[in-house]
Design a protein. Structure first.
Length: 157
């Protein structure tokens, strides 16, 4: 088997990113007049799956600048997909929560993505799908750890 070097991996990561962008166009939800960016939908999904959280925690979880997350959350709020409520542990802070409409949208998008992935991976074995998920998770963990070190100077466990 041919050795894989970092150039090969970098090339495939680039192709992977382009593939994801292409899939996003296929799975693009319809919002009528509302313009919701893909990054806002990612933030919404984190709120739905992880529960209500402060903007600063959300920014850390999605590896984006708090000002970017704030802008995306404002768009989600304007579209009626999220709401803010006082943090019960610190009334000066707010928790961002998904509305029923936001949760329903995430469920529809999740079902759409599951269908797309089922089609794409239809000829993959269970072992191949398992390995792919395991390696993606490992890669994500490594990137998250590096991001934490780069932004805070602290190593993530």
């Amino acid at each position: 088997m041919k050795d894989v070097d970092n150039h090969d991996i970098f090339t495939h990561i680039g192709l992977f990113i382009r593939s994801i962008h292409a899939l996003k166009q296929v799975a693009k939800p319809e919002f009528g007049d509302a313009a919701i960016e893909q990054s806002a939908l990612f933030i919404l999904s984190r709120i739905v799956w992880d529960g209500g959280q402060r903007l600063s925690a959300l920014a850390g979880a999605v590896h984006l600048d708090p000002s970017t997350v704030s802008r995306q959350v404002a768009a989600l709020e304007s579209a009626g997909l999220t709401t803010r409520e006082p943090d019960p542990h610190d009334r000066r802070a707010s928790l961002i929560r998904a509305t029923e409409a936001g949760t329903a949208l995430c469920e529809r998008l999740r079902a759409k993505w599951h269908g797309i992935l089922a089609d794409i991976l239809a000829d993959w074995t269970d072992a191949e799908r398992h390995d792919f998920a395991r390696l993606c998770a490992r890669f994500h963990k490594s990137v998250a750890a590096r991001h934490t070190v780069a932004t805070t100077g602290e190593k993530k466990q």
